[in-house]
Ligand binder design. Structure first.
Ligand code: SAM
Ligand code: SF4
Length: 326
């Protein structure tokens, strides 16, 4: 019988978020406000190591892999990585989370290599505000990339928007954007990180404010399938797109946790805000280490905590989300 990734709280994990790099070409205020600073000690996962991860995790029941970072699309071998994952028949979803800066010129190539789902981060549809938040005046480039993705037939396209108090928390700013686009726009509550406490204290706002407005405007909560993650998704007959809310500070958020994470240096993180991570790198070197690798992953899954401690302002070991990918 196939071994499965199930923890002590009967949560099942079929979704892996794999960070490919810490490098980024944006300077988002809440993530890398001073830009990426190279650390020579951090050697990012090689194609060979990524293939051993995919091999072991697909045998452990993982069906979906999301490539993230830093900015994953900056890797020269990004298309090769997609093509490599596409060779595993059990992995039926290959997704990327990107800032969209390379989307327009590369999306067709990525789709042809096997990419099946796309999340693009857009924190504002005002060019000025976008530039202020990300440090880059590239909103038009990113929007052209999203439209190109729809044009080439990408089916699962989502936008991620990190909510920030008084900066970008007006629902009406976003609605015209999804009237005619078949897209999920997901508001993510700002999360506290080691380096981002002051920013968090100033800008965190609960997604419940947006949720209340949606309900007042007649939006309806969609029923989740059993393996869906923690997002709450709303739909409305007047809009082709949907609005999602990811509220890590809400009650019972961790109950529907369905994902594991591997950092760009090969550490397994059971919780985004956990206090520890398990290095897998020594077992990623040879194909014949696969059984040992699977055993380490299964054994250590039992330490996955029931919930994070963000409410107590304990963000764990994460200094910012650029090395683990959110
Ligand atoms: N560079 C890519 C991007 O921005 O889409 C992928 C990596 S980024 C770390 C992944 C996601 O995490 C983005 O949607 C980003 O907005 C989000 N993120 C980063 N820091 C965050 C924070 N402190 N709280 C909430 N979301 C955050
Ligand atoms: Fe870069 Fe993404 Fe972090 Fe923005 S959120 S700085 S795009 S890694």
């Amino acid at each position: 019988m196939q071994q499965q990734l199930v923890d002590n709280y009967q949560r099942r994990f079929q979704y892996l978020r794999l960070s490919l790099t810490e490098l980024c070409n944006f300077r988002c205020q809440y993530c890398l406000p001073d830009g990426y600073k190279a650390n020579k000690a951090h050697q990012f996962l090689t194609l060979n190591e990524i293939s051993h991860i995919a091999d072991a995790f697909s045998e452990l029941g993982v069906k979906k892999i999301r490539l993230t970072g830093g900015e994953p699309t900056l890797r020269r071998d990004f298309t090769e990585i997609i093509a490599l994952l596409a060779r595993y028949p059990n992995i039926n979803e290959i997704a990327v989370t990107t800032n969209g800066s390379r989307l327009e010129s590369r999306i067709l190539e990525w789709k042809n290599a096997g990419l099946t789902a796309l999340n693009v981060s857009v924190d504002s549809f005002s060019p000025l505000q976008f530039a202020k938040i990300t440090g880059e005046d590239k909103l038009h480039q990113v929007i052209n990339g999203i439209d190109k993705a729809l044009e080439v037939g990408m089916k699962k396209v989502k936008i991620n928007t990190v909510l920030m108090k008084s900066l970008n928390d007006d629902l009406n700013h976003y609605l015209p954007w999804i009237t005619d686009r078949n897209i999920d726009l997901r508001f993510i509550e700002l999360m506290e990180t080691g380096e981002g406490s002051a920013y968090f204290n100033r800008y965190h706002v609960s997604g419940s404010k947006i949720e209340q407005q949606l309900i007042e405007q007649g939006w309806q909560l969609m029923i989740k399938d059993q393996l869906a993650g923690p997002a709450k998704v709303y739909q409305h007959d007047d809009y082709q797109g949907r609005i999602g809310l990811i509220m890590p500070y809400s009650k019972n958020f961790c109950q529907s946790c369905n994902r594991l994470r591997i950092s760009s240096t090969g550490k397994l993180h059971y919780c985004l805000f956990g206090d520890s991570a398990i290095s897998l790198r020594d077992l990623l070197q040879q194909a014949d280490q696969k059984e040992q690798l699977k055993t380490r992953v299964l054994d250590s899954l039992q330490i996955k905590p029931e919930t994070h401690f963000l409410h107590q302002h304990n963000a764990g070991i994460i200094q910012n989300l650029s090395f683990i990918g959110g």
